[in-house]
Design a protein around this ligand. Structure first.
Ligand code: AMP
Length: 116
């Protein structure tokens, strides 16, 4: 897949407000927050979309959710709740083709998210 802006963030070629990092993933603040807390959790391995997740990526994708839960606990938002979502392709609203979990929190979030 072609390189995205997230690869540049992983390689520290462009700045980001990084809140968590380990061997497998990175979490940073979304540049255009849609909630009081809006983080992106991305694998260091570039995977373009949910459709491109391979069998070998099972643990990695699970790790993204475990990391979301860990960050939520550390931020003290786990009990009040949050949303962890991944958009896929055009109709899913995906803009950056390197999979990422959106972690949204800090207010009661609307549902269903049908805004165009
Ligand atoms: P999606 O629409 O699901 O692909 O989400 C992409 C997200 O990446 C959007 O919420 C953008 O605001 C966010 N984003 C794009 N560029 C950056 C950046 N350089 N730093 C932080 N967040 C970014």
């Amino acid at each position: 897949m072609s390189e995205t802006i997230f690869t540049k963030i992983i390689n520290k070629e462009i700045p980001a407000d990084i809140v968590y990092e380990d061997d497998l993933c990175l979490a940073f603040k979304d540049i255009n927050p849609q909630a009081p807390i809006h983080l992106l959790i991305i694998p260091k391995k570039p995977i373009a979309t949910i459709n491109d997740i391979a069998e070998e990526d099972r643990e990695l994708v699970g790790h993204l959710f475990l990391t979301a839960a860990k960050i939520a606990k550390d931020l003290g938002i786990a009990e009040d709740g949050y949303r962890a979502v991944m958009n896929c392709n055009k109709n899913g609203g995906q803009e950056v083709y390197h999979i990422h979990l959106h972690l949204l929190a800090g207010q009661r979030l609307g549902w269903p998210p049908f805004a165009s």
